[in-house]
Structures are given as C-alpha cells and as structure tokens.
Design a protein around this ligand. Structure first.
Ligand code: NAP
Length: 293
C-alpha cells in the first residue's frame, strides 16, 4: 500500500482561512484578538519561532506584540511583563517562548500567566481541565495532530491509538485529548516510552500511530501493521554535507518504507510542524471570544 500524504501545510492553510474570517467577524463587534509574546535571549530557533508566530497573527488580522529581553533579564522583570499582559485587555493570549535561561523558573513563569490567556495550554489549571474533559485551551502541537486526523477523514473514535513519547508538551496532552469521550477523540490510547521493553509489541497493534520521541527514523516498517495511519511529530536535525546549512530535517519515522505499509502518513517537514503555530492562533482567537463573553 502506498500511503496518502496528510499535508499539514494544506490543513494549516484551511484553518488559518477560517480564523481570518472569524477575526473579521469579531472586529465588527469591536473585539480584536491579541497575542503577547515574551522572548528572553537570542536563541536563533526561538527567534525564528517568535517571528513565525508574529507573522501568523498579522496574516489573519490579529494584534501582536513581542517583548524582547536580554538573556540576563531577571525573573522578576519577566513576571512584571506577564502581570501587565494579564491585566491588559489588548492581549487575549500570552506566550513566553521556551526554553528560558537557567536562572528563570519555567514552572513559575507558566504558573503566572492567567489561565484564561494561557494559549500554550501549559498552565497546571488547564492541564487539569484537559484531563477532566473540561473546556480549556488545548496544547498546540497535540491539538494540531487531532486536527490532522479529523480533517483527513481519520476519526480516532473507537480506534487504537499508540502514542510513542510521554512529554508534557506532546505525548501526555495528546493522550489526554484523544481519550476523551468527545467528538474527534474517543480513542483507546496506549502510551509507550523508554520504560517499554519492546515498543514494537505495541506499535504493531496501532490503528493510528503517533511518533513523538525525538529519535530520528526510530519507527521502521517492521514496527507498523498494514493500513496504519502514521503521524510523525518528530523534528530531528541529521548532519548532511550536501545541504548549505549542514543538516536536513528528519522525523521519528523511517518515511519511505513506512509509507509503503501505511494508509496515511505525515511528512517531515510539512506535516505536524505547520499546525503548531496555527493552533496557537486558534487558541488566541478562542480566548478573545471567551474573555468577551
Ligand atoms: N512539529 C512540532 O511542532 C513539534 C512540537 C514539539 C515537539 N516536536 C518534536 O517532537 C519530538 C518529541 O518532542 P518532545 O518535546 O515530546 O520530546 P521529549 O521531551 O524529549 O520526550 C520524548 C519522549 O519520547 C520517549 N522516547 C525517547 N526515545 C524513545 C524510544 N526509543 N522508545 C520509546 N520512547 C522513547 C521519551 O521517553 P521517557 O519519558 O521514558 O524518557 C519521552 O517520553 C522531538 O523531535 C521534537 O522536536 C515537534
């Protein structure tokens, strides 16, 4: 079987077009969704992420403001900025770009953001709500995975989903989203990690296999059953002298051979990647609606 490609670029474009319309409607009611971003330091990857988030906001007509601080900015200063954004109606969403320098406590920063404006969905209150099945902003990458499944006609309901990886930003929230008794979810979820003696015992049983391990090409063809839907969250840099940058990007899935067996598969790049910023925009628009109710 040659798998159909699920294009994250296409799905992201579709969702952004919907969001642009929603923002235009909100503006008629004098509601302008706004994202406040805090960037500490000069990490090139973080700068690139923040730039694409700002661009995304502008494209759909949202307000956006990025505050840039030097790498040695004290924790107190970051907290003060968050405090200001928490109390400023211009911002419906607040995001502090991670990772942060070592002298700043990530947990303290995340916990300081108002849960209603926590568009990353990392605040402990929102993590608890997610697990309980209560309305809350869903973490962006897992939410993007759910959208890729639903919008490609792969409703997870009743399916056995195997998630490889249990991080707080991908694996755990993804399992929590897909196990809910809700539309676009209702799956039987298995989570595997380095504690598993043989992950292929589990991956071979998956109707939907989601790789989020950060291990290049770790999922090989012998680990998947015929007809599985494969979502590759992994983004890994592989040294490649033929590239100007000196590296190429690879997912956690050995793409070509696995695509021969799978029914659907996401590429890297162009799969889950474009969905993450898109779902951040989605959360910011939704937060603006909730805050103005
Ligand atoms: N496209 C996007 O927008 C996006 C967003 C976020 C992350 N990512 C990518 O997704 C990948 C995962 O990110 P993350 O932040 O979740 O990574 P992480 O925090 O490093 O977590 C990796 C998880 O995978 C598990 N794992 C690692 N090797 C394994 C193996 N051989 N067998 C079974 N489980 C294994 C680890 O298990 P233990 O818990 O036992 O250590 C851990 O739970 C990375 O490549 C990252 O770059 C992409």
């Amino acid at each position: 079987m040659a798998a159909k490609i699920i294009s994250g670029r296409d799905v992201a474009k579709e969702i952004r077009a919907e969001l642009k319309e929603k923002v235009a409607e909100l503006k008629k009611k004098d509601i302008v969704p706004g994202l406040g971003v805090v960037l500490v330091g000069e990490d090139p990857a973080s700068i690139s992420y923040v730039t694409s988030k700002a661009k995304g906001c502008q494209e759909i007509g949202m307000y956006e403001e990025t505050i840039r601080l030097p790498a040695d900015a004290p924790e107190e200063e970051v907290l003060k900025i968050i405090d200001g954004m928490n109390n400023d109606p211009k911002f419906s969403g607040i995001l502090v770009q991670l990772p942060l320098p070592d002298h700043i406590s990530v947990d303290k920063i995340i916990g300081y953001i108002s849960p209603e404006k926590d568009v990353d969905g990392f605040h402990p209150v929102n993590v608890g709500k997610l697990l309980r099945g209560e309305p809350c902003p869903l973490p962006c990458t897992p939410h993007g995975v759910q959208q890729l499944l639903s919008r490609s006609g792969n409703d997870p309901s009743g399916k056995h989903v195997v998630v490889c990886g249990r991080s707080n930003i991908v694996g755990k929230p993804l399992a929590a989203i897909l196990m809910q008794k809700k539309e676009g979810a209702n799956a039987v979820v298995t989570v595997v990690h380095t504690g598993a003696k043989d992950i292929s015992y589990f991956t071979k049983q998956a109707d939907i296999l989601i790789a989020a391990m950060g291990r290049p090409q770790a999922i090989t063809a012998d680990m998947v059953k015929e007809g599985t839907v494969v979502i590759d969250v992994g983004v890994n840099r592989i040294p490649d002298e033929s590239k100007k940058s000196g590296f190429r990007l690879a997912g956690d899935v050995d793409f070509e051979p696995v695509a021969e067996k799978a029914s659907f598969i996401t590429p890297v790049p162009g799969g889950v990647g474009p969905m993450t910023v898109t779902m951040l925009l989605y959360n910011t628009v939704e937060a603006a609606i909730t805050l103005n109710q």
